[in-house]
Write a protein that binds this ligand. Sequence first.
Ligand SMILES: C[S@@+](CC[C@H](N)C(=O)[O-])C[C@H]1O[C@@H](n2cnc3c(N)ncnc32)[C@H](O)[C@@H]1O
Length: 225
Amino acid sequence: MAKTPLEFYEEWTAEGMAKDESLRRNTSQEIVYLKKYLEKDKRILDLGCGYGRVTIPLAKEGYIIDGLDIAPSFIEKAIRDSKLMGLKIDFRVGDMRNLPYEDNSYGNIISMWGVFVELPTREEQLRAIKEMQRVLISGGFAIIDMPIEKKQMAVKTDEKGDEIFIDPETRLVTGKIAGVEIAPLYNHNVDTLSELMKDAGIEKFRAFNDEMGGKNRQFLIFWKR
Ligand SMILES: C[S@@+](CC[C@H](N)C(=O)[O-])C[C@H]1O[C@@H](n2cnc3c(N)ncnc32)[C@H](O)[C@@H]1O
């Protein structure tokens, strides 16, 4: 049986991810990037927020932001850390395929560092897109950040403990990250993202590669009519 994202993250732990973040992410640069899009007068949802790596700095900058993640121990750390800083953020445990929010609740949704590619099937991805559309207000938008398409069939990076394999049929990426076996990840590209938008009946969207914090990343932005 393939590992689930919840099993992977509870094994990696929030502390493990926080340690690894400095090798892989440049949070302050990501905040600068996001600020080009986000609006201070809108309520923002950080979907798959982890331990609040991006949620907490944005709240500190005065954005009204909530966070949701499937991993309870990550949400516990996010609540602990945000309380210590005197921030009021609604952090909740939940699943992006079934959001615990009312229709038309958020102006912006962000989802950073490959949360979306943790949904391994098109059906689950469509469910999550429809849920985001449901909780967005009219004219609101979601920004989804994910890795650029992996082209090599097998990648081995011994010093970080990464070992990645790609199935060209299912587009699923399996293997190990930082020495820990991952849950399967979906290997999206601009074409597969555009097909997904078509299937979801969304006309206004952008799927593109861009540099963020010194890294080449892939983005999907879509709007609710
Ligand atoms: C690579 S981490 C990124 C965390 C955070 N967005 C950040 O940038 O630091 C991916 C996160 O997605 C969460 N996740 C995976 N599947 C999810 C789902 N179905 N619903 C909500 N969160 C999910 C994981 O628990 C994990 O915290």
